[in-house]
Design a protein around this ligand. Structure first.
Ligand code: GAR
Length: 226
């Protein structure tokens, strides 16, 4: 038997950053565990939350095997005594070093409600020509439409005022500009006249659960990892 026969291929280490319910994290977990796996040769190696009460953390402990997690909350971090001043900038440095300590092959922001600073990105992507660990983000709007928080209610509101015909979701590469990186996958979502916010949210989440997996698959494929 050759050494390549005896050594199974190294699993792609996916590190997911969350803030809340983690339904998209669950879609990613399921995609690595299904038979056959939608995301082959990959596992969710670590989950980082900036909120201690995020239900996504419970999903990690319920997963089999359990997924290691870390919590790094901005307010808690800023309030801790320290010999050097703590700022939002130093929080992002701490977050970058936490992410790097998990040795990710791919970083996915799945409902991570914290704007990453240029410092964070510079630590993850140090040299313009060095190999970069891809960072992708899921956002519940079409490119350039409703950047930032509360994109779904803002889209519904704009639809009711006749300003937009529909909405959508996208997976995009993370750059300094919030929700502004190159889209990897975009799906339009219809808004039905008179529809309630909860119904639209539910339909959008269903699409998200598909495209977050497909977006991750595309990036890993492009890297030659699957
Ligand atoms: C998702 O709808 C995601 O697109 C959104 O947060 C939700 C997280 O849901 N992200 C953003 O708005 C980022 N700007 P989940 O915790 O159930 O996966």
């Amino acid at each position: 038997m050759s050494s390549s026969d005896s050594n199974p291929p190294k699993l792609n280490r996916i590190v997911v950053l969350i803030s809340g319910g983690g339904s998209n994290l669950q879609a990613l977990i399921d995609s690595t565990l299904s038979t056959p796996p939608a995301l082959p040769n990959s596992h969710i190696a670590h989950v980082i939350s900036n909120r201690s009460k995020a239900y996504g953390l419970t999903r990690c402990s319920l997963s089999s095997p359990p997924i290691p997690t870390s919590i790094l909350n901005l307010k808690t971090y800023l309030s801790q005594p320290s010999s050097t001043p703590r700022t939002r900038e130093t929080y992002d440095i701490e977050l970058a070093s936490l992410v790097l300590s998990t040795s990710p092959d791919l970083i996915i922001l799945a409902g991570f409600m914290h704007i990453l600073s240029p410092t964070f990105l510079a630590l993850l992507h140090p040299q313009p020509d060095s190999p970069k660990i891809p960072i992708i983000n899921l956002h519940p709007a079409l490119p350039g439409a409703f950047d930032g928080a509360n994109a779904i209610p803002r889209a519904l509101d704009a639809f009711e005022k006749g300003e937009v015909k529909g909405t959508g979701v996208m997976v995009h590469r993370v750059v300094e500009e919030v929700d502004g990186g190159e889209p990897i996958l975009v799906r339009e979502v219809e808004i039905v006249k008179g529809e309630k916010l909860e119904t639209l949210e539910e339909r959008i989440h269903k699409v998200e659960h598909e495209i977050i997996v497909e977006g991750a698959r595309r990036v890993l494929k492009e890297m030659g990892r699957i």
